[in-house]
Design a binder for this molecule. Structure first.
Ligand code: PLP
Length: 401
């Protein structure tokens, strides 16, 4: 939670993203360490019984127990909030814990969510299977269709939840237009900014109320640990923190430290991922073994103009349809030697996956068709290896089709 006195962060007022990514929220103990310390402690001692009482009552700010606050976690919270241009941030044990905590903090039985159909599959399961059990209903809409969003809103709608760009086809929602709609209907707009990160897109500046992250992906950037974050206005973050303190899906201080290291290189990595993905998309687009490429950076993509306006670059994730069906797609995947066959993304290591039979296998055949998840579709999350080697890795299978 952002509760460091503003004076301690004064030197960062007006600082650019690159400076915030390295410096925001930094603490230094009496040891004078230059690196960020990891506070691996579950609880904290008090100077006196009187101080303990004051800390417990909340009369005096300060640490009590690491489910409530931890200095390493707080540094991460301040840094991600600063990068997103938000008033405050809360760190969680995973991206799903971030989404759950936000919903538990802000929703009551009878409330309604409008959510884009193409969000991370587990988000849909959380909304439809679990929140529904507690009387929270969800309506799924097409990410890019503002009219659908508008007509799905009911008097009980409290949240609009969008993930943009979408996975794996790269469709982009107009965050500014959605935020105007949210305000006019008295809802909050939540954006899952996992694919772009604040290095490429800052939803709060575009009008979103709350931004959610799976830190597991690009914020770490090297596939090491699980974590999540929620940022937004202090009034909302206080509620999220309240849930977290009570229910416990807090971030580990060690993971917070790993994410701090990740954030230091975030912009450099996101630019490299984006540049390589664009190069690979252009190359795939011209490949005789490829039918269609989906990447917001290609002028042929339906969301290209909006992505260009709303994002600083197009990110590291692309997908493409090979000529043929499932068999041909699997052959191309199985012919790779460098890329990792895994559903994860946001890693220095390039990953490749067949969405129809893995990440999107829960969808019915009809839903797959309407979501564009065809049997010949392959998703690649482009890492930081040599782009020439990645081309060769895909060409092995594609040229043999
Ligand atoms: C992975 C992911 C999540 C969930 O995050 P975890 O850290 O795996 O819990 C949420 N949203 C998006 C877009 C994701 O890619």
């Amino acid at each position: 939670m952002t509760d460091t006195p503003a004076s301690e962060l004064d030197f960062l007022v007006g600082a650019e993203l690159d400076t915030l990514a390295v410096r925001a929220g930094q603490v230094r103990t009496a040891e004078g360490e230059h690196g960020d310390p990891i506070f691996l402690t579950s609880s904290y001692v008090f100077d006196s019984a009187e101080q303990a009482a004051a800390r417990f009552s909340g009369e005096q700010p300060g640490n009590v127990y690491s489910r409530y606050t931890n200095p390493t976690v707080r540094t991460f919270e301040q840094r991600i909030a600063a990068l997103e241009g938000a008033e405050a941030g809360v760190a969680t044990a995973s991206g799903m814990a971030a989404i759950l905590s936000t919903c538990m903090a802000l929703l009551s039985s009878g409330d309604h969510i409008v959510c884009s159909r193409s969000v991370f599959g587990t988000t849909t399961v959380l909304f439809t299977k679990y929140l529904q059990k507690f009387g929270v209903n969800v309506e799924l809409v097409t990410l890019t269709d503002l009219d659908e969003w508008q007509s799905a809103i009911t008097p009980n709608t409290r949240l609009l939840f969008a993930e943009t760009p979408s996975n794996p086809l790269g469709d982009v929602a107009d965050i500014g237009a959605l935020s105007v709609l949210a305000k006019s209907r008295n809802c909050l707009l939540i954006v899952d900014n996992c694919f772009c990160t604040p290095a490429l897109q800052q939803p709060i500046a575009l009008g979103a109320d709350i931004v959610i992250h799976s830190a597991t992906k690009y914020l770490d950037g090297q596939g090491r640990c699980m974590g999540g974050a929620v940022v937004g206005r202090k009034e909302h973050m206080d509620e999220v923190l309240g849930f977290l303190r009570t229910c416990g899906p807090t971030m580990s201080p060690f993971n917070a430290w790993v994410f701090l290291k990740g954030l230091e290189t975030l912009r450099l990595r996101m630019e490299a991922h984006s540049a390589s993905a664009l190069t690979l998309a252009i190359w795939l687009d011209a490949h005789p073994g490829v039918d269609t490429v989906f990447y917001g950076g290609l002028p042929s993509h339906p969301s290209h103009a909006l992505a260009k306006k709303q994002q600083r670059a197009f990110g590291g994730v692309l997908s493409f349809k090979v000529k043929g069906g499932r068999e041909e797609a699997w052959r191309v995947i199985d012919a790779t030697r460098i890329m990792s066959l895994t559903a994860n993304l946001g890693d220095a290591k390039t990953t490749i996956v067949h969405p129809a039979t893995t990440t999107h296998s829960r969808l019915s055949d009809a839903d797959k068709v309407s979501a564009g998840i065809s049997e010949n579709l392959i998703r690649v999350a482009v890492g930081l290896e040599s782009i020439d080697d990645l081309k060769k890795d895909l060409d092995r299978g594609l040229s043999a089709l």
